[in-house]
Design a protein around this ligand. Structure first.
Ligand code: LLP
Length: 436
């Protein structure tokens, strides 16, 4: 058999793998989330299905809240990672604020009962109408990404007779050492105002009407597994804070963005407590309120995607397990070549079947339609597989490509399963279309 050069062969021990995940366990050979048997969930609700653990989401949020307890802080969950209303509601009730990038996300957060005074609004292209809605809702801060945007916010605020709280998103030119598509803090990236230009743009903000400078912000990338890039970015931001002070621009807060990585297979990301401890001495010296915008590290490992093996297709060159989930449900493996763990929900199925090397693929007409490559598994048709780490950037990045209805979403709370999004129907896919 030829091996694929882009992803090495991976033989994951399911029980060892779940030992690192707080919400998952094998009980009598069956994968469970909290107290819920996931094979049964697949039978009852069908597949593909996203399922999240309430407890794991809250634990991850509380770990941040606790780790930064030594400074005044606000954790603003990055909505893009998982924007289901129930997930937002859960976090809002736990005291989280929110980081948004669109008017759509703002509407969702308000609908879910999020507190506007804990909202920061990032994003490169806020429209006048987004700005108006956010000003009317009285959000905590606009994270501004360009000089032009400053003028736009000032104009809308003048029209409404309001003052817009703003901070500049500074691009510190630090290498986040992550996948190039999710690295944001380098000079060549489209995000933020360059470190060298920030002082000039802050001075413009100071002179523009109806703006109040309240903070400074940076976000250097996602799925960072080392702490040093965060420390380097913080140092650069602190340097700017001192320069701003000399210009009589005094800030109230510093926002360090999100980006902390998680363990998908064998990464060794920094624990939240260690991340906090590396930054806290410098933050305590500053005496500013600290904002953070974690997304992935709150929800990724609280969720799995359940998918059923539909057809096994061993060939001379490669073995394909065709499943009912596909790249439209979970695009991370295709888009970032990310390696996510695939484990069976029922270990006893596997006992009498030889292990083989499989590519786990969907039915979409693209060679790039795979969920995993070169996985050593004992598979039979009808088996249910769980793709772990799928709670972040899973459902939110899903699409209807090949006219595939999107998966349903469930939330586990102890032994209860809440239905938090219905599976789409095929008919719903053309609801907004019109024939001639
Ligand atoms: N704040 C800002 C301004 C961001 O752009 C992002 C993510 C976050 C916070 C949250 O970062 P996190 O804590 O989740 O790393 N779709 C990609 C990830 C894209 C991240 C974009 N920005 C993936 O699936 O890996």
């Amino acid at each position: 058999m030829t091996t694929n050069t882009t992803q090495s062969v991976l033989d994951i021990n399911p029980t060892d793998h779940v030992a690192h995940l707080s919400s998952l366990d094998y009980v009598n050979n069956h994968l469970t989330m909290e107290q819920v048997n996931l094979t049964k969930v697949a039978e009852q609700f069908g597949t593909p299905t996203y399922i999240y653990s309430k407890n794991a989401i809250l634990q991850a949020y509380q770990a941040y809240d606790k780790a930064f307890g030594a400074v005044e802080h606000q954790i603003c969950y990055a909505v893009k990672a998982n924007s289901n209303l129930a997930v937002l509601q859960l976090l809002a009730q736990a005291g989280a604020g929110f980081d948004l990038v669109t008017g759509g996300e703002l509407a969702r957060v308000l609908k879910a009962g999020g507190d506007p005074s804990k909202i920061v609004f990032s994003g490169l292209g806020k429209t006048e109408s987004d700005i108006e809605t956010a000003l009317n809702a009285q959000i905590a801060c606009f994270n501004v990404e360009s000089e032009s945007e400053l003028h736009r916010i000032s104009k809308v605020a003048q029209r409404l007779g309001k003052t817009a709280p703003i901070s500049l998103r500074v691009n510190p030119d630090v290498d986040a050492k992550t996948h190039p598509y999710i690295s944001t803090g380098l000079k060549e990236n489209k995000f933020g105002v360059s470190h060298d230009d920030a002082l000039r743009v802050y001075k413009i903000a100071k002179d523009l009407p109806n703006l109040e400078i309240v903070g400074i912000d940076c976000h250097i990338g996602s799925q960072l597994t080392e702490v040093q890039p965060f420390v380097d970015a913080l140092d650069k931001v602190i340097e700017l804070i001192h320069q701003l002070k000399q210009q009589d621009i005094v800030l109230k807060h510093i926002d360090l963005g999100g980006g902390l990585g998680v363990r998908y297979t064998n990464e060794t990301p920094v624990a939240v407590a260690d991340f906090a401890n590396a930054l806290l001495p410098k933050l305590q010296d500053l005496g500013l309120k600290v904002y953070l915008e974690p997304g992935r590290s709150i929800v990724a490992n609280a969720g799995v995607l359940l998918t059923k093996v539909d057809i096994l297709k061993p060939t001379e060159h490669k073995n394909f397990a065709v499943v009912d989930g596909a790249m439209n449900d979970l695009i991370r493996p295709t888009l970032y070549e990310s390696v996510m763990a695939v484990i069976p929900t029922n270990l006893s199925n596997a006992k009498n079947i030889d292990k083989k090397q499989w590519d786990i693929v969907g039915t979409i007409c693209e060679t790039g339609d795979f969920l995993a490559k070169n996985r050593v598994l004992s598979l039979s048709e009808g088996d249910v597989l769980a793709i772990t780490g799928a709670g972040a950037y899973g459902f939110t990045m899903s699409s209807n490509y090949n006219s595939r209805p999107r998966a349903c979403e469930l939330l586990v709370d102890g032994e209860n399963v809440h239905f938090i999004r219905e599976r789409e129907t095929v008919e719903s896919l053309w609801e907004r279309e019109q024939m001639l």
